[in-house]
Design a protein around this ligand. Structure first.
Ligand code: NDP
Ligand code: MN
Length: 400
């Protein structure tokens, strides 16, 4: 056995009302905050005002940047970094979902490196986009996140995902300096997620850990997080979806999201994330998780059909966490129970839609195949079965 385990440095403050501690936590890292949010949800729900109040209370100044859209772009990041530098900000705070958190991380990279001679374009720091990318060093500004979804695990990972609208490329990238210093998980904010967003983000949690479990190599320190997260999602996501006010279900989904971030930092995602990034890179209006849901079944079938014994055993572990079988085996029929379980689960969450229904056109398939191989090589290499272009094309067709 051989593996690498590195601990995230993020301090997680979890609990109802923890947002109140934002100001005192941020004050440990700077005095001039660059506050990153999406366009409207946090303002409408009143959390933006609360956040400003808690920053003010500690005597911190802030600049608010509310231009992050779902699947954030290079353009938004570069604009935010320019503004943060102009205002002399020394700490970046994200209030929002994966999109706000990832944009904030990327802004912290550019705003931290540019004054020291680094590039002003985030694309230059992304290793999947070019061979001679600029290094991401400790010059990165300190990052604090307040997560408003239970989905990406970005509050405890060193990763961000940024889209380049010129190419449709949507690579993930990162490095230890991009771990948030502090992450606040306040269920009061999570209670406000509407059902659709709850289902989508919850499915992203499932997706990370189920890909981690089957990913190539040994990851014994990730597997317990991943297994527990699958169990929590299978039990609590349908409850949170059907009754958003259920605090226990919201809390358990937030725990699952945190486990998934920890697992995802150690083990890799696979073909599902590789192919999805090509979908939402080409169609930014498609949500990340719906793209994952639409691709999930054909990819699982492909991996089980061509996978070795270890892969079958790992899929059977997923089936066991869903309560479909009692004992882990390396039998194909047990591995396939993970597919049946997921099919039912997608139905319960109303995520059982083909890519065509999301607006994806057949004419984009070739370009999405290229995008998969160009920007998401790492995820392909970690998939239990290494596909070629023809395989990926066939899977896209099946997922339409
Ligand atoms: P987003 O952050 O994209 O948010 C989706 C929508 O939900 C937005 O319109 C947002 O509104 C709204 N919203 C957010 N929180 C709430 C809330 N509490 N109540 C009501 N509405 C809310 O969603 P995700 O968290 O799913 O993030 C997806 C992004 O993260 C993708 O770009 C994906 O690729 C990336 N990702 C990153 C990973 C990582 O490791 N860094 C891993 C996996 C995915 P508004 O914009 O107005 O705030
Ligand atoms: Mn994801």
């Amino acid at each position: 056995m051989e593996f690498l385990h590195s601990l995230p440095k993020s301090k997680v403050l979890f609990g109802d009302g923890k947002l109140k501690q934002l100001g005192s936590e941020a004050a440990n890292y700077g005095s001039n905050v660059f506050l990153v949010t999406g366009k409207s949800s946090m303002e409408k729900l009143g959390f933006l005002d609360k956040t400003k109040k808690y920053l003010n209370r500690e005597g911190l100044s802030y600049t608010h940047f509310n231009e992050v859209t779902p699947n954030p772009t290079t353009e938004t990041v570069n604009k935010g970094a320019q503004l943060a530098l102009g205002e002399g900000c020394d700490v970046v705070v994200a209030l929002g979902g994966g999109s706000a958190m990832d944009a904030a991380k990327a802004i912290a990279v550019v705003a931290g490196h540019k004054p020291n001679g680094g590039s002003e374009d985030i694309w230059d720091y992304i290793s999947a986009a070019q061979d001679d990318s600029e290094p991401i060093t400790e010059e990165t500004l300190p990052i604090i996140t307040v997560t408003s979804t239970s989905g990406t695990g970005s509050h405890v990972t060193p990763y961000a995902v940024i889209t380049n609208p010129d190419t449709g490329g949507k690579p993930g990238f990162g490095g230890p300096p991009m771990f948030p210093e502090v992450s606040i998980v306040d269920p009061e904010i999570l209670l406000e997620m509407p059902p659709k967003l709850t289902a989508l983000t919850g499915f992203d949690v499932y997706s990370h850990v189920s890909e981690n479990i089957v990913s190539k190599g040994d990851h014994p320190t990730a597997d317990p997080y991943a297994k527990e997260a699958i169990k929590l999602v299978s039990e609590y996501l349908p409850i949170a979806y059907n009754n958003g006010d259920d605090l226990e279900a919201r809390e358990m989904m937030a725990v699952a999201d945190t486990y998934a971030g920890l697992s995802n930092t150690i083990a890799s995602t696979g073909l599902r994330h590789a192919m999805e990034h090509a979908v939402s890179g080409h169609y930014p209006e498609v949500s990340h998780a719906q793209g994952l849901a639409s691709l999930a079944i054909p990819i699982m079938e492909y991996n089980i059909e061509h996978g070795d014994k270890k892969t079958l055993e790992r899929y059977s572990k997923i089936a066991k966490q869903f309560g479909e079988i009692d004992k882990v085996t390396s039998q194909k029929e047990d591995a396939l129970k993970s597919v049946t379980a997921l099919n039912d689960f997608l139905g319960k969450l109303e995520l059982d839609k083909g890519l065509r229904e999301l607006g994806v056109e057949d004419s984009s398939i070739e370009s999405m195949v290229e995008g998969t191989f160009e920007y998401m090589k790492g995820d392909i290499e970690h998939n239990p079965v290494i596909p070629d272009r023809q395989d990926v094309k066939e899977i896209f067709k099946q997922a339409m």
